[in-house]
Each structure stands twice: as C-alpha cells, then as structure tokens.
Design a binder for this molecule. Structure first.
Ligand SMILES: Cc1cc2nc3c(=O)[nH]c(=O)nc-3n(C[C@H](O)[C@H](O)[C@H](O)COP(=O)(O)OP(=O)(O)OC[C@H]3O[C@@H](n4cnc5c(N)ncnc54)[C@H](O)[C@@H]3O)c2cc1C
Length: 226
C-alpha cells in the first residue's frame, strides 16, 4: 500500500502548446510544485479536470506525464473527432491556462524480467516513452504500435538500442505471434494500452497463447471507439 499523500486538484499552468502532427499535440505545463510531494512511477498518468464542452462544469480525463523535469512536464494528446473535453482542452490550450490534476490510486510495478513487450496505439506513446526511459538498460524491449496515419514517424518516441519497434495498421494475432515468437512468457513484462479492441485482443492472447504470469502483465483500455 502506498502511504504517500495523494495529489488532489493540484493546479498546473500551461507554458506552451505545439502540434507535433495535425492530430497529435503536446501541451507543456509548469508543475507549480507538483513534484515536491509526488514522485511519478514509470508510465504514471493523472486525472485532468478539463472544462466540459458546454462550459458548464468539468470532466475528468486521463493523460500520461511526459518529459518530466523539476520545472516542466508535458501531456501529449491524440486529437480526434468528435472532440471530447480532453481533446478540446488540448486544441485550445494557451500559455497561462490552468488545469487541476489529481493522482489516480494505482501505478504499475515493473517485474524483474529480461524482456518487456508493449502493445498499444498512439494514446500510449507517452506511457511507453516513460517506461523505455526508466527500465533497466539490460532489459530488451519490443514495441508494437497500431496506427494508420502516414506521418506517425514524426512522433518522438524515445526508443533504446535494444528496442524493436513495429508500426502496424491493424493488430492481429499473427502480429502478436511474430512479436512474441522468441520471448519466454515467464520472463517477460507484458504491457498494453489503447482502444478497447487492443486491450481485449492482448488479454485473450495472454490467456490462451502467450501465457504471461498475471502479476507480470498490465493491460488497460485507454479509450473506447464510438
Ligand atoms: C491510464 C490512461 C492514460 C492515458 N493517457 C493518454 C495520453 O497520454 N494521451 C492521449 O491522447 N490519451 C491518453 N489516454 C486516453 C484518453 O484519456 C481518452 O482518449 C479520452 O477518452 C479522451 O477524452 P476526450 O474528452 O477527448 O474524449 P471523450 O469525451 O472520452 O470521447 C469523445 C469521442 O471521442 C472518441 N475518442 C476518445 N478518445 C479517442 C482517441 N484517442 N482517438 C479517437 N477517438 C477517440 C470517443 O469514442 C468519443 O466518440 C489515456 C487513458 C488512460 C486510461
């Protein structure tokens, strides 16, 4: 059990916002003392209280911390249509805007294994960057990213020397077979995040074909297509 006080409605301030691609936007914020009491785990995310589309209140949306320094950190947003409150916040963010952030009650503990396999879509690029930056240098990593945009290579995912990165248009069981062919399921950290179909497919795969011990897997639906 984590005894640290949880961050609740801590207000951070937008310093800058920039499009990496027309559909992927980085918003850099001043943490305003956030890291004095909060030490984010690899892949950590926050709940952002963003204005609802009609401006009548706020809605909670989850985004991952990226490029953390003492004086700044970023959120990276996949922009989409129809836009929801999270996407709209990113699209309109201006220096000086503020947003309240809260810490969710969970974080991922990376097991001591020799390989990590990440399967995701672009919403999880900040999380994967964070893991790749924090895992032991000896750990080999495989990253499978599902995305159909022709310009997705512009997104700066920080890979390592021992990272195998593959972009795919649509995740299939054959792609998972290929990615896991030379991996030992008992010596592998399996992480998946993205649209619900990715989480579902990876969960079934880890149950039926590449049976990673439950405590060594973290599979999460990040969003649900309408
Ligand atoms: C732990 C966690 C961490 C996350 N970190 C990030 C992150 O760092 N960056 C990031 O971009 N997302 C991240 N997400 C996903 C993000 O929280 C969702 O995409 C969220 O639903 C976006 O909120 P919204 O208000 O823009 O849209 P919503 O109000 O939730 O939905 C509005 C419409 O947009 C559609 N939609 C929602 N998200 C997407 C999408 N990504 N692509 C296409 N259509 C979509 C919905 O189906 C719906 O039709 C994370 C999710 C989780 C659970």
């Amino acid at each position: 059990m984590d005894a640290r006080p949880r961050i609740k409605d801590h207000v951070v301030e937008v310093m800058s916002a920039a499009d990496i691609t027309p559909w992927y936007r980085r918003v850099t914020v001043d943490p305003k003392g956030l890291f004095e009491t909060y030490d984010p785990a690899p892949g950590a995310y926050l709940l952002l209280a963003v204005p609802t589309l009609d401006g009548s209140g706020t809605a909670q949306r989850m985004y991952t911390l990226h490029d953390i320094t003492d004086t700044s950190f970023s959120f990276e947003f996949v922009l989409h249509e129809p836009a929801g409150p999270g996407c709209h916040f990113a699209q309109t963010a201006q220096p000086g805007d503020t947003v309240a952030v809260s810490e969710p009650p969970y974080h991922v503990v990376v097991p001591e294994v020799t390989h990590a396999l990440f399967i995701a879509d672009t919403t999880a690029i900040p999380a994967i960057s964070s893991f790749l930056g924090s895992l032991s240098p000896d750990m080999a990593t495989t990253v499978i990213l599902e995305d159909g945009h022709p310009d997705h290579d512009l997104i700066p995912l920080k890979t390592r020397e021992n990272t195998r990165l593959t972009w795919v248009d649509a995740l299939t069981e054959a792609i998972l077979d290929q990615a896991s062919a030379d991996l030992d399921p008992n010596n592998c950290f399996l992480w998946a995040g993205g649209e619900r179909h990715i989480a579902k497919m990876v969960k079934e795969y880890a149950r039926d074909r590449f049976v990673v011990p439950r405590e060594n897997q973290h599979i999460q639906t990040y969003w649900i297509a309408s």
